[in-house]
Every structure is written in C-alpha cells, then in structure tokens.
Ligand binder design. Structure first.
Ligand code: URA
Length: 424
C-alpha cells in the first residue's frame, strides 16, 4: 500500500477502506507519512467529504493510535460529556458534580482555552491551589474515592489527533464535518466512558453557524459512538449569546457555583440540566438532577474535587474573582435588549488577557465580564448592564466594546430556549 494512492483515491472521491485509513493513521504516528502528504489528504477529505463508514474507520483508527483509559472496573456507571466550544460555557463544572452526586463515575479529561472559547482546565486552575496535572494513579485514586476528576490528559491518548489537528489548523481544513467528528469522537472513545453526551453549539459564537451543519455534525458523532458500542446522545444548543452571565475563568467558576447552590433563572442551568437528563435517560431524570442540587450533594462533590486537586476545603467560602480593577457598564439607550454578542464579549475577554492566542500564552485568571441583562430584558438609559473585571489599567477602554455587545431597540424580542434539538 502507498500513501500516494490513498491521496489519489480521495482526490477522485473514492471511498477509502478501513485498511487504507489505518495505514494512513499508523504512518502519521510513526512518521512514515510526511506532513505534506497528510495535508494533501486532509484537503481532499475537506473538499470531497467522507462517508459515515469512512468517518467510523477514521475515528476508530485515531482512538487506537495511543493509550486508552480502562474504566471497565466501574461498569456502566461511567459518564463523559463534550462541548464543541462556546462562550460562558461552564456546563462541565455543573454536569460532572451533579452526575457524581447521582452515583456516576466521571473521568473527565479536558482541554485549555484557545482562541475565543474558554477551557475547563484554565477555569479550574483559577481557583487557588487547584491543579489539573495529575498522575494516572492520582486520577484513578480520585475516581475510586469521590467519583469525579477533571484533569488534562493523563495518558498519551490519540497522538494522531494531536498531529492532524495541528496540520488542520494551518491548512484551512479544520471546518470539515467528518474531520471534526473523528477528532472529537476518537478522544471520547479513548477516554473510556460508556455514556456520553455531546453539546453541539450552534450560532455566531460557535464552530457551526447554522442548524443544518450542527445537525449533520451531531448525527455523525452520535452514529459513530453508537457503532463503537457506546451510549451517545447530542444536544444542539444556541451559542449566539453567552451561556452564562459570567465570562472569564474565575468568573465562570463563580457562575457554576451559583447554579450548584440552586440558581435556576439562567441558561447555564437550563443547558446543564438538559445534558444531565440526556446522560441519565430515565424516568424522573429532571427531578433527580434538581434534587442533587437542592440537597447540596452536587456542590459537596465539586468542593471535594477541588480539595482533592489541591484547594483548601473552604475555598468556595472565599471570593473567587479577584481582579485588580473593575468598571461598571451602562446602557447607551432605553429599550429591549435584542442580543448580547457572544463573540464580541469573548474577544474582549481575550483582549483583557483572559484567553490565549497561542498555546504557550499565560492567562490572567481573574479578568472577564459579568453581564446583568439578557435578550428580551428592558433597560433604561444608564441602567447598569455589565461589569468588566481587568488587571491592566490601559484595558479600561475595552469597556466600550462590552457596551457595544448589547444591541438595544424598541421592539421586544421573543425569548428563545437554548436547547434547540436532541439527537439520539
Ligand atoms: N474540537 C476538537 O476536539 N476537534 C475538532 O476538530 C474541533 C473541535
């Protein structure tokens, strides 16, 4: 077999076999396939697509390219979730403790923020003392004792994805539905959980800008997971407005803690609950989720996880957000909030130092934005609509960007649900 012929087949839109895809992925990892050959093949896939069968072969080959977590000791109790990336998207910090409080085992391997979307590891590490770099034995020890852990990858999982993602990033081949599906699902399969829920974001602040593409991606990922013998479902959720009122690392932890303490009047609760319900998939699931929160069990799990990962026991009793400066932001005119531009707020948080442009950038954990109003709310001119938290005084001018993210007009817009669809 030659990689040249595989590239040539895909260039002519031929369906690749399991053996051809396996040959390519093995060559990516052992270096026998050159980056320029993989780049050519990625471009042929981005242009000509892949069948569902090819996507399954690719996913499996990538999942098999490195270590896999063996969670078999926990039977069917293992759960995992994945979000395709949004703004103020802190659902992991709610879903994982809730599921652990309900007796599930949550071995979550997360990533760091890059570009406009935040990363769960950065959010957790904004809490004093918390580390997300754990040895494999510490990770599994924590699962045995408290049932949940959120950490960076503890094993060498999916090396093929790391190499291919870096190539996709610089060859304009990230936005290919089969390549995104294989990238995400290979990591989920290697992480070992039996039950998986996917949160496919759709809208201006997401990868998938329209519902049709989001549905296609969700369907493909669910089918790929089902074929691999996992229980998988996906929610398609709106990502035009930030999901939480809190955007920025320690701010987002604060927002998640509010929900774990019982706050329900926010989309972060709505989407987190829907993700938990999809994972539980049983009669009365919604009530179980609410009870896990009402009883304090979910908050206790979160607090235990923070302590196990290095925080003081009482860390949640102290202020989480400690920026050097803050400024209140007021409505430029009276009227109804038509929209809060998630992308604009995320870019502002990035400019404040709350995110990274390059992997090696340091972040400022306490900067960000807290919004006070949402789409559909009425505001009077000069009502407070947000607060910007910042560390460098020269960033004060960015407050104007935050103000501009709120579109205000006379007509009252209809409030929309954030959960757009469920794909099973
Ligand atoms: N997230 C991933 O892990 N991979 C992609 O290709 C896109 C989003």
């Amino acid at each position: 077999m030659r990689i040249y012929d595989i590239i040539d087949d895909k260039r002519r839109s031929k369906e690749l076999t399991r053996e051809q895809i396996g040959f390519w992925i093995k060559g990516v990892v052992d270096g026998s396939v050159a980056d320029y050959q993989s780049s050519a093949l990625l471009m042929a896939i981005a242009i000509n697509g892949m069948t569902e069968q090819e996507t399954c072969f690719l996913t499996q080959a990538m999942a098999d390219s490195g270590d896999k977590a063996d969670l078999s000791a926990y039977g069917d109790r293992t759960v995992d979730k994945h979000s395709s990336g949004g703004v103020g998207d802190t659902t992991s910090l709610i879903v994982i403790p809730v599921m652990a409080a309900l007796g599930k085992v949550c071995a979550k391997m997360s990533g760091r923020g890059l570009g406009h979307t935040g990363g769960t590891l950065d959010k957790l590490e904004s809490v004093d003392g918390v580390t997300t770099s754990m040895s494999e034995s510490a990770f599994f020890g924590q699962l045995d004792t408290i049932g949940l852990a959120i950490a960076g990858q503890t094993m060498k999982m999916c090396p093929a994805d790391k190499i291919l993602y870096a190539l996709r990033d610089v060859t304009a081949t990230v936005e290919s539905i089969p390549l995104i599906a294989a990238s995400i699902m290979s990591k989920k399969l290697a992480s070992g959980a039996r039950n998986i829920v996917l949160d496919v974001k759709c809208g201006k602040g997401a990868f998938m800008h329209d519902l049709k593409s989001a549905e296609k991606l969700a369907r493909l990922m669910v089918d790929t997971g089902l074929k691999a013998g996992r229980k998988v479902s996906a929610l398609i959720t709106a990502m035009d407005e930030p999901l939480s009122d809190y955007i920025g690392n320690s701010l987002e932890v604060q927002g998640a803690v509010e929900v774990l303490k019982g706050r329900t009047d926010c989309p972060l609760y709505e989407v987190s609950k829907a993700l938990c319900v999809a994972l539980l998939d049983c009669e009365g699931a919604g009530e179980k989720v609410d009870e896990a929160i009402r009883s304090g069990a979910a908050l206790a799990k979160f607090s235990k996880m923070l302590a196990a990962q290095g925080a003081d026991e009482d860390v949640l009793d102290r202020p989480l957000v400690r920026s050097k400066c803050k400024i209140e932001i007021f409505a430029a005119k009276s009227g109804y909030v038509q929209s809060v531009d998630a992308m604009k707020i995320a870019e502002t948080v990035l400019a404040l130092g709350g995110g990274r442009n390059r992997k090696e950038d340091e972040i400022l954990p306490h900067v960000g934005v807290k919004t006070d109003v949402r789409r559909g709310d009425f505001v009077n001119e000069d009502d407070q609509i947000a607060t910007m938290y910042f560390d460098k005084y020269e960033h004060v001018a960015l407050a104007k960007e935050v103000q501009d993210a709120f579109a205000i007009a006379d007509k009252k817009p209809t409030k929309k649900s954030f959960v757009l669809e469920t794909v099973k």
